[in-house]
Design a protein around this ligand. Structure first.
Ligand code: SF4
Ligand code: FES
Length: 283
């Protein structure tokens, strides 16, 4: 009977920190030893575990918006009052959450268009310019920034489709036009350095960040950028019959125009060793 009385008087704490009396104790449940102590400051009790209370951040977010490929771009400002450990992708989701989107002055506006798929740095879709630096939104975190304002704009080297969505078809078109297919695959010739670079190159997301930062890349011109050079290396290192033809194409569309600025290496989210590719393709 003593056990039953103890169970009936047991208290549980909800996720929001409020205490709630158990109206119907579970049969066979262990008795709690009196009232549970309050969780430490900054933490919440959630069932049987104690979790950190979310820390929020208040930010002013300026986003360059454009309704269509031919519309005039305009800056719009939003207020963010959400989790401090969010990524920029999470911030955009947060701003888009409600049906009624309003800007910082309370004026109604439309949802912010942006592209994403994996949300873990694997697809390259969410590439944009954040506080002046080209980066993946899902891999860039609010804690990485100082100050209370964030600016977000679409990549500048590609035509805007809407808001933060750009048309990166040129990356695939350049590869297709150069007939960049491995074709008959030859097994590795035992050169480990070559195989390591080929493995790294295969991780290219085709996000376009390398083209965005490259001083030599201009959309529609003859220089195709590091994403193109990657595939040249991949095909040339895997198919010796095509290697000569690919090296020629590489020279025309990358080798002759690259000034070794190497800013592409600094922004590449896949960590592709472009310098290693240049060194091996120029041999
Ligand atoms: S080389 Fe790096 S920056 Fe360029 S498209 Fe590939 S993953 Fe993106
Ligand atoms: S959503 Fe895929 S890389 Fe960001």
């Amino acid at each position: 009977m003593k056990v039953r009385a103890a169970v009936q008087s047991a208290h549980r704490t909800n996720c929001d920190g409020r205490e709630k009396k158990d109206e119907q104790a579970r049969p066979g449940a262990l008795p709690l030893r009196g009232k549970e102590p309050a969780p430490p400051k900054g933490r919440l009790r959630c069932g049987f575990v104690t979790v950190k209370e979310p820390v929020t951040e208040q930010l002013q977010v300026r986003i360059l918006r454009q309704e269509s490929p031919v519309a005039e771009p305009r800056w719009e400002t939003f207020k963010y009052d959400g989790p401090a450990d969010n990524s920029v992708a999470g911030l955009l989701d947060y701003l888009n959450y409600n049906d009624d989107i309003t800007d910082a002055d309370g004026n109604r506006t439309t949802r912010i268009s942006w592209e994403h798929a994996c949300m873990q740095g694997m697809c390259g879709a969410c590439a944009m310019v954040i506080n002046g630096t080209p980066a993946l939104a899902c891999e860039t975190f609010l804690r990485d920034f100082k100050g209370k304002e964030i600016t977000i704009r679409p990549l500048r080297k590609f035509p805007v489709i809407r808001d933060l969505i750009v048309d990166r078809t040129v990356i695939q078109e350049n590869l297709m036009n150069a007939n960049m297919y491995i074709g008959e695959y030859k097994p590795s010739d035992g050169d480990k350095g070559k195989a390591d670079i080929a493995y790294a190159v295969a991780k290219c997301l085709k996000c376009g960040l390398c083209m965005e930062v490259c001083p030599n890349y201009v959309n529609g011109k003859n220089f195709f950028g590091a994403a193109f050079a990657n595939d040249c290396y991949l095909v040339a290192s895997r198919n010796s019959a095509k290697a000569g033809e690919i090296r020629k194409i590489y020279g025309e569309h990358f080798g002759s125009g690259c000034s070794k600025d190497l800013s592409c290496m600094k922004v590449c989210p896949a960590g592709i060793p472009i310098l290693g590719i240049i060194a091996r393709m120029n041999r």
